[in-house]
Design a protein around this ligand. Structure first.
Ligand code: AMP
Ligand code: GLY
Length: 426
């Protein structure tokens, strides 16, 4: 079977890589892909953009494509699934209505409240004055969120009331464009974050291994928020008992609530959880897609062929599948970023050492890279991920770092403390 993967990040490289491990997969086409997907056997990048629904649809129809897998949230929120379904194509990823769970934080909050899903206390505002007085009454720290998609930048954890009020002003003045038509103000929670990615066919929902991301740019979890600088799986803090509660109290409730709204949610439902110091949890956000870099640590451990799970979601027979099988061991990934990221950074730097890293047995998932003449060059902020697998976290992490130390490009930056919470766990 032939599959189109929409997107160009590390997540999409990992999805394409995993699909190609199955004998069922003849060819993967990436839209537009990156230097990594361009270099894999039986994988081809297409010169199309992720929002060219018509181009993607035409290509899929003309080339006998069985399944389109959508990586990023933006095309999902714009209705790529609805469009391709209208052309009789099979798509892994929710419809526009389903994608609201990520594309509108106010909508997601209302769903959580209706469904009785544990989440931070919050209020939604449509103008600044009322929002500012609410913040003043609540006090700081407090969290201010632009409602819509803002490339991960729309959440401000304000240490003071003044900072929160400035954030409210900036959002309503259009800092995030249309994403800032509403503001969600939320109680500040402390604890450890865990990403629980689950697959759903609209009826059944099954979680994948829990993962932990490292969102901040700096070591010791300091500095600006990023798309994610490293991850590992399975996250030990998400014990089997906790995962069982998440299944019942979050995932099943969310899918049931979506169904009640007439939404047949087929794809990834990603719950971003805060595990409180007491060991309880609350949902910080839902995403309508695979996480990046979580996917780069989850998929290397997946034993069940990925396309079987995706097709089961699309055909609504996930409930008939045997339990998802996992390989033994754990995994960790370290992201190499361009110097300056998540602020301004340069592109076009030649990357060396990828083969040397691979020779050590790590997997290099490209993100912001492209092929130029005979070189792989940088083409984005998060440039690549090096994933190591091992029998315990110390080994997986050491493996990933041994790999990344082989790789070089000017102004390359990576955190040296990925996995600090799980190191020494044996
Ligand atoms: P979100 O996109 O809603 O997950 O927010 C992005 C990041 O902001 C999260 O991963 C957390 O690190 C932080 N964050 C969001 N909501 C809260 C909250 N209520 N309390 C503390 N931190 C939060
Ligand atoms: N790694 C966080 C996300 O994918 O949203």
């Amino acid at each position: 079977m032939k599959v189109v993967v929409v997107g160009n990040g590390g997540r999409e490289h990992a999805i394409a890589w995993k699909l190609l491990q199955s004998k069922q997969i003849e060819q993967v086409f990436c839209v537009p892909g990156n230097g990594g997907t361009a270099s894999m056997e039986n994988c081809q990048n297409l010169p199309l953009t992720v929002d060219d629904f018509e181009g993607i649809g035409q290509f899929a129809q003309n080339n006998d494509v069985t399944l389109v897998v959508v990586g990023p949230e933006v095309p999902l929120a714009k209705g790529i699934t609805d469009y391709l379904q209208s052309k009789n194509l099979m798509v892994f990823g929710p419809t526009k209505a389903g994608a609201q769970i990520e594309a509108s934080k106010a909508w997601a909050k209302a769903l959580m409240q209706e469904a009785g899903i544990p989440t931070a206390k919050a209020a939604v505002f449509t103008e600044a004055t009322a929002a500012k007085s609410y913040v003043k009454a609540q006090g700081a720290p407090i969290v201010v969120k632009a409602d819509g998609l803002a490339a991960g930048k729309g959440v401000i954890v304000a240490e003071t009331v003044a900072d929160a009020q400035a954030a409210i002003e900036a959002i309503f003045q259009g800092q995030f464009g249309d994403a800032g038509r509403f503001v969600v103000i939320e109680e500040y929670l402390t604890g450890q974050e865990v990403s629980v990615l689950a697959l759903s066919d609209g009826l059944t929902v099954r979680s994948l291994l829990p993962a932990q991301d490292h969102k901040r740019i700096g070591e010791g979890d300091t500095g600006d928020n990023t798309g994610g600088m490293g991850a590992y799986a399975p996250a030990p803090i998400a014990t089997p008992a906790l995962m069982e509660r998440v299944q019942k109290e979050v995932l099943e409730k969310a899918i049931a609530s979506l169904r009640k709204k007439g939404i047949d949610y087929r794809g990834v439902l990603y719950a971003g959880l805060m595990i409180t110091p007491e060991g309880d949890f609350k949902v910080l956000e839902f995403n309508c897609r695979f996480g990046d870099p979580e996917t780069q640590v989850i998929l290397p451990l997946l034993e069940t062929p990925l396309e079987e799970l995706m097709l089961a979601c699309v055909h609504q027979n996930l409930g008939k599948m045997p339990p998802i099988a996992w390989k033994n061991g754990v995994s960790a990934t370290v992201v190499a970023a361009a110097g300056g990221y998540p602020g301004e950074y340069e592109k076009g730097k030649v990357i060396t050492g990828i083969e040397q890293a691979q020779a050590l047995g790590v997997t290099v998932f490209h993100a912001g890279t492209k092929l130029y003449q005979q070189h792989v060059i940088t083409d984005g902020g998060r440039v690549l991920n090096v994933t190591g697998v091992g029998e315990n976290f110390d080994r997986a992490i050491a493996h990933a770092y041994a790999g990344i130390r082989c790789i070089h490009f000017p102004q390359m930056y990576y955190r040296r403390d990925i996995g600090h919470r799980v190191k020494g766990n044996g």
